[in-house]
Design a protein around this ligand. Structure first.
Ligand code: ADP
Length: 153
């Protein structure tokens, strides 16, 4: 069984994340969208809210599981029997960062391969941090996020 973990903060999930997961579905038997809990990060939305939005976005898709984890991603993958990490690439900045993380992860676990999908044209400018700025300042965030993401004001 080919299992991939798609790790991230998903603060909040965007159309960019949605696109990567949708396009990766034919490649794997199961994709675990895994929200990493990082004590040093200040999140805009609570973990439960982020998980709820992800679950609602992929509702009815049997190959997708939604979970939260803390600690090293490689340890979480081992626990889940996942041999693949899924990540998206938007720009050279992503590439440099992701290269270092993927090479480190391979040193930590030789049986783990990171699979990258290129962002779809039109979605490469979407990032959770920019979406958070739009939300903070009252802009129309709905064009950047799946329908399930609705912020109560
Ligand atoms: P992290 O905090 O680990 O960067 P994110 O939630 O920001 O988590 O992103 C998770 C993954 O989704 C990363 O691999 C990131 O590159 C990818 N991603 C985010 N936005 C996009 C996008 N617009 N197009 C393609 N991939 C994206």
């Amino acid at each position: 069984m080919k299992i991939a973990v798609f790790p991230g903060s998903f603060d909040p999930i965007t159309l960019g994340h949605h696109d990567i997961v949708s396009r990766a579905l034919p490649l794997f038997d199961k994709i675990i969208v895994a929200v990493g809990k990082n004590a040093n990060k200040n999140y805009m939305f609570p973990l439960e809210q982020r998980l709820e939005w992800i679950s609602a976005t992929f509702e009815g898709e049997p190959k997708i599981e939604v979970d939260a984890y803390s600690g090293l991603t490689v340890n979480y993958c081992r626990e889940k029997g996942a041999h693949f990490i899924l990540r998206g690439l938007r720009n050279p900045g992503d590439f440099e960062f992701e290269k270092a993380v993927a090479q480190t992860n391979r040193k930590l676990s030789h049986e783990l391969e990171t699979v990258f999908l290129l962002t779809a044209s039109g979605l490469s400018s979407i990032s959770s941090s920019i979406v958070r700025d739009v939300i903070r300042h009252g802009g129309d965030y709905s064009q950047f996020v799946p329908k399930a993401v609705r912020i109560k004001s």
